[in-house]
Design a protein. Structure first.
Lengths: 595, 361
């Protein structure tokens, strides 16, 4: 179906589509695939490399955490502290304060003044007593202020737990995010609970462990617990919040990327070795592909320019092919309508040029053939007309001879001689057929002869007069154009009337044409008949019917001189008829020169 | 990109339908992208391993652990029981604490056989009354898929996978000798009261007591070593006999936990307080009064609660397939040390009248 559809498209469209199919699409597909492959390889490379760094960082953090976890163990080395913690009740306040002073001092020496600087504070909650030591002694937490949920009711089962940042309402100077480590102090010997120890640890150690990952680029790094709560985040304000996306992340040690349409990130994750913590590293793919994208954009621009240029070229090429064809089609339509005066100008020597050339020559050939054909036909017509014009009506002949016969019987010699002479002259005129055109004078004298003979026959019934106002010698007219018209007038005139008066007038009209009027005072014509004759004059001058003589004359004039000339009739029933013959004023010499 | 070009061309020559084809082509070209979007929000680029979350549930399958003491109902083993029960609670394991009513091997074997037969236990932890006699029944238990360890008192190594010792035998034995020496100025006569004379640990300590005596205290004289089979009544009788037999006796070392209280009772009754020094192994609670009255000078022991707790913790660990290792941190116990197939819980504690109130066992 598509092929059919395609087959019926315009040539230009076809060329365009083919061009796109053959060049633009493969090139762009190839380019796309190459770019995709390249970015994928970068993605894979980074995707493999980052998790390894994360694993390393996780191990470091984990080691650090294990170190922190071991911190409370130091307490067991101090029998003084253990002894105090084992105490249940006090006799008086001073004894309690003495113990507090003792323990706080030891805690301070143990954790604050020596060792890790990331420890912000140490607290021991034991049997309704709070021992503490913090970096900034002015921060003194009251036992009432100590978050109630951190109390002794928590059964840690001897283990250590981390309370994540921002979960505790304790703030240290500068408000640094910290991890609150919670550890049950177990009296190993008595298997009793001595209390709970809390150590607040600044998150710096995580940052330090992640340093290797932030060197060259600027990624987002975060740590979450198994619920997706941020333990650490490059953006400190996020710490303590929950990552809503966390449950959707693939549970892998490795890398994955988001699959939006644009602005995708490459996320790497790695689980901690012993706790259910996860470290994440996110970097926008854009940043990874920065260098590649410059090349890509350059390539795309170059590609687009090339595509546009080549499209323009292909459009021009296609237009070059299709436009002459279109023109050709248009011209052919014109030829189809009969106009052979067309020319397809084409200087090119390619196939299109050749096509145009042969079209031109074909049109010329066709025109030549048509003209030749037309002329053959014209000659045939000519011959036919020649035969026609040379006819002298046999009826007229018979009548004339009969009139002569009567004259012989009456022994009117003079009349006989005259009539025979006139008839002889007429016959000679009609036999002398070599010339189509004759000087007006010859035609006029032939007409006079004819009318004179008719006068002999009908005597007083026919009157005629000729008034010739042109140069009879020098101007020529076709032979036998007057006699048929007069014949017609006499025939119809004497049928109905007693007498008939015929006038022949010749003059040059305003347009310098020869106008011949043959007027009679015969019965005239009914309007309907006149219409019919006029119609046949306009339509088909070759029709043979009763008005044959008139039509013959009309056709001959037209054929010789063109559409502008011919015969016209003006008539009214009862008041005679005027036949007009319009001819060009043709000079004798001129004419001879041509033919 | 392709669609963009096609759109451009569409503007030049193509009609709507070609635009459609162009868009279609663009979709096909970017097809790989589409797949990702429609399915999952994340596309895995590289995965070194799938994460299996370490949840507590995995450890939840409860194990059944039988702890068999040498004898029931003496303060020492009662304290062990407390530790055992606490650990069972903490570690979510089912524990059975059951032992013979008399500290001898025959009855203990019976208890063990019963447990193995009836209780479908995973781990059997025994404080052995005899290192040799228990072996057949322990081996039988092992054949039935029960993992066997010993604690407090060991058997021959082939009978168990490892032994949980409270303290180092040598250190304890020598220390016991030292504590007596301090209190009688390293001279005079003394006697030793021990438990069952077959118990391996007691004999080991005895050995080291004697070693220390011979090496460092020539002026001291060991008059007699008596065994009281961990029976308080019997121990009391033996103590009386000793006092009667040796009127000039200067000190008594109690090598089993029932000995020091029995000796103290005897000394108190014979009104020989201050004349006969008593040291030895015993829990602080029964000795509290004697220590405060200066009847007994020092008692040495470890925490039997801690021992019970550790035994359960290591039993559970063994049930999960892990052996203890040196310097391992056991939650609720602290760090342990491991030498060959012996776990050592820690250091012995000396209880005096000054610190005895801190301890509750």
């Amino acid at each position: 179906m598509i092929f059919n559809y395609f087959r019926n498209r315009k040539l230009m469209t076809k060329l365009m589509i083919t061009y796109i199919l053959v060049t633009v699409i493969p090139v762009s597909v190839l380019g796309y695939i190459a770019y995709k492959q390249y970015t994928m390889s970068i993605e894979n490379q980074v995707g493999q490399y980052i998790p390894k760094l994360l694993e390393q960082a996780n191990t470091n953090i984990n080691n650090q955490l294990n170190d922190y976890k071991a911190l409370p163990d130091a307490l067991y080395n101090s029998s003084q502290i253990i002894e105090v913690l084992r105490k249940d009740a006090y006799q008086n306040n001073s004894a309690l304060f003495r113990d507090e002073f003792l323990v706080n001092g030891i805690l301070s020496r143990m954790y604050m003044t020596s060792g890790n600087s990331d420890i912000l504070g140490v607290f021991i909650l034991s049997k309704n007593r709070l021992f503490q030591s913090t970096k900034h002694p002015e921060i003194n937490v009251n036992i009432e202020e100590f978050p109630s949920f951190l109390g002794e009711e928590i059964d840690l089962k001897g283990g250590t737990e981390f309370i994540l940042p921002n979960q505790v309402g304790l703030a240290f100077e500068g408000d640094p995010p910290y991890l609150f480590m919670m550890r049950e102090l177990r009296d190993y010997e008595n298997q009793e609970n001595l209390g709970t120890m809390f150590i607040a640890i600044r998150l710096n150690f995580i940052e330090q462990a992640m340093q290797g990952l932030t060197q060259d680029r600027d990624p987002t790094i975060w740590l979450t617990d198994q619920d997706g709560r941020f333990i650490y985040h490059s953006d400190p304000s996020m710490i303590g919040k929950v990552d809503a996306q966390f449950p959707h992340y693939p549970k892998i040690n490795g890398s994955f990327r988001t699959t939006d349409w644009i602005n995708n990130d490459l996320v790497s994750s790695y689980k901690f070795p012993s706790v259910n913590w996860y470290s994440f590293h996110r970097i926008p793919l854009n940043e990874l592909m920065k260098d590649t994208n410059v090349v890509r954009n350059g390539t795309i621009i170059a590609f687009i320019i090339i595509v546009i240029l080549s499209s323009v070229i292909s459009v021009l090429l296609a237009w070059n092919v299709s436009s002459p064809i279109k023109k050709l089609t248009f011209l052919m339509k014109r030829v189809e309508k009969g106009n052979f005066k067309v020319d397809l100008p084409m200087e090119k020597k390619d196939e299109v040029g050749m096509l145009a050339k042969s079209f031109n020559s074909m049109i010329q050939e066709i025109e030549y053939l048509i003209r030749e054909n037309y002329q053959i036909e014209l000659k045939q017509k000519d011959a036919e007309l020649y035969a026609l014009q040379s006819q002298i009506n046999p009826h007229f002949m018979y009548n004339t001879l009969e009139t002569i016969c009567y004259a012989v019987e009456e022994d009117d010699k003079e009349e006989v001689i005259k009539m025979v002479t006139l008839l002889g002259r007429m016959l000679r005129y009609s036999l002398n057929n070599k010339e189509k055109l004759v000087p007006i004078s010859l035609e006029v004298s032939h007409t006079e002869d004819y009318l004179t003979i008719q006068q002999f026959r009908f005597e007083e019934r026919i009157h005629f007069s000729l008034s010739i106002n042109v140069d009879q010698k020098n101007y020529v007219i076709p032979k036998f154009i007057l006699q048929p018209v007069i014949e017609n007038a006499i025939k119809y005139g004497l049928d109905r009337c007693r007498n008939i008066n015929i006038e022949v007038r010749m003059k040059v009209n305003n347009d310098k044409n020869l106008l011949i009027e043959i007027a009679d005072d015969g019965p005239g014509m009914e309007e309907a008949i006149l219409k019919k004759i006029q119609l046949s004059l306009h339509q088909n001058p070759m029709l043979r019917d009763s008005q044959y003589g008139l039509l013959n004359v009309h056709a001959r004039i037209k054929m010789m001189y063109g559409e502008r000339y011919g015969l016209d009739i003006e008539s009214k029933a009862g008041s005679g008829t005027v036949v007009y013959l319009l001819l060009p004023l043709e000079n004798n010499i001129e004419r001879k020169g041509v033919s | 990109m392709v669609s963009l070009i096609l759109e451009g061309l569409g503007g030049i020559a193509l009609q709507r339908k070609y635009l459609l084809i162009g868009v279609l082509l663009a979709l096909i070209v970017s097809g790989c992208n589409m797949k990702g979007t429609s399915k999952e929000p994340y596309h895995v680029v590289y995965s070194s391993e799938e994460i299996t979350e370490q949840t507590e549930y995995q450890n939840r399958s409860t194990y059944k652990i039988a702890i068999v003491p040498k004898v029931m109902n003496i303060p020492y083993f009662n304290a062990v029981e407390q530790g055992v029960m606490e650990a069972g609670d903490d570690l979510q394991v089912e524990v059975i604490y059951q032992g013979p009513s008399v500290a001898n091997a025959r009855q203990q074997i019976e208890v063990i056989n019963q447990l193995v037969k009836n209780e479908n236990i995973d781990v059997l932890a025994v404080s052995a009354n005899d290192p040799e006699q228990l072996l057949p029944s322990l081996k039988k238990a092992e054949q039935m898929g029960v993992k066997v360890i010993t604690w407090d008192a060991d058997t021959a190594p082939e009978g168990r996978s490892f032994f949980i010792n409270m303290v180092q035998d040598e250190a304890l034995g020598r220390h016991l000798m030292d504590t007596l020496a301090w209190n009688i100025d390293e001279k005079g006569k003394f006697a030793i009261m021990t438990g069952a004379d077959t118990a391996a640990n007691l004999n080991e300590w005895l050995y080291w007591i004697n070693q220390q005596h011979q090496e460092f205290y020539p002026d001291m004289q060991l008059v007699e070593t008596v065994a009281a089979n961990d029976d308080p009544q019997q121990a009391y009788t033996k103590a009386k006999e000793l006092l009667a037999k040796y009127p000039d006796l200067d000190g008594i070392i109690g090598n089993s936990s029932v000995a020091p209280p029995a000796a103290a009772q005897a000394v108190l009754e014979e009104e020989k307080v201050g004349e006969v020094a008593i040291v030895g192994l015993s829990s602080p609670n029964p000795m509290n009064e004697y220590l405060k009255k200066d009847v007994v000078q020092v008692v040495t022991l470890w925490s039997p609660k801690k021992l019970g707790y550790l035994t359960v913790a290591l039993s559970k660990q063994l049930a999960q397939g892990d052996l203890p290792y040196d310097n391992q941190e056991i939650s609720g116990v602290g760090k342990i040390s491991v030498m060959n197939d012996t776990v050592i819980m820690g250091e012995p504690i000396d209880f005096t009248k000054e610190n005895v109130d801190q301890y509750d066992f």
